[in-house]
Design a binder for this molecule. Sequence first.
Ligand code: ADP
Ligand code: MG
Length: 234
Amino acid sequence: MIHITQLNKVFRTELIETQALHNINLSVAEGEFVALTGPSGSGKSTLLNILGTLESYDSGDYQLDGQSVTGMTDSALSALRNEKIGFIFQSFNLIKDFSIYDNIELPLRYRGFSAAERKQRVEQALERVGLAGRRSYLPGQLSGGQQQRVAIARALAGSPRILLADEPTGNLDSLMARQVMELLEQLNREGCTILMVTHDPEQARRAGRHVQIVDGMLSDATVYQPLVAQAVNQ
Ligand code: ADP
Ligand code: MG
């Protein structure tokens, strides 16, 4: 689903250059649930944003679901993003004056779905996250956990191939965090590929795979294990 090789990202301002990502290699197969952890400032959000085609990179290659992202025009990128990727953020990013229903429907309007198709998708997504009864509420009338479930519904309504979640439970208490995590696990069991940034070691353990990023460099326990075993055998 995701295949990146030798990816580098440098942020340049007038005064400083920050190499946020160093020669990142990462492959994620369809149906995987990958947890990404690392200290603050280590490059987690930068990597997720690049995977989501929201951020550019300086060198390296990125293949998403068999398509090469490198060198794509902006309009091709946004089409690819809309079709394949769902985002969930720590701060939910819901529009506060829009009802739950309208929040979920808005991206579908941008994508040009018919009114009937939008209705069907929004209602299905609301059912999926257990909030069908709250469709006319405003975000501020829901708990944090419910708001995050609305954000998940908004992502799901677009039928993404992959869900990218940047600390989706970072603003939630532990009970609500668990509910959101259980929803993500359920979606993953139904075949959705998920890449999630988290600070919670328990969540990282529960994910199918755990990769770590430190100072812009990625290490993957499932990649390094065989190397360790080889070294021990010799
Ligand atoms: P994390 O999500 O792991 O906390 P980030 O990916 O946000 O880390 O940031 C990685 C590094 O890149 C940090 O040193 C950060 O200051 C820098 N950085 C991130 N975004 C920008 C930006 N837009 N401009 C300049 N530097 C940035
Ligand atoms: Mg971050």
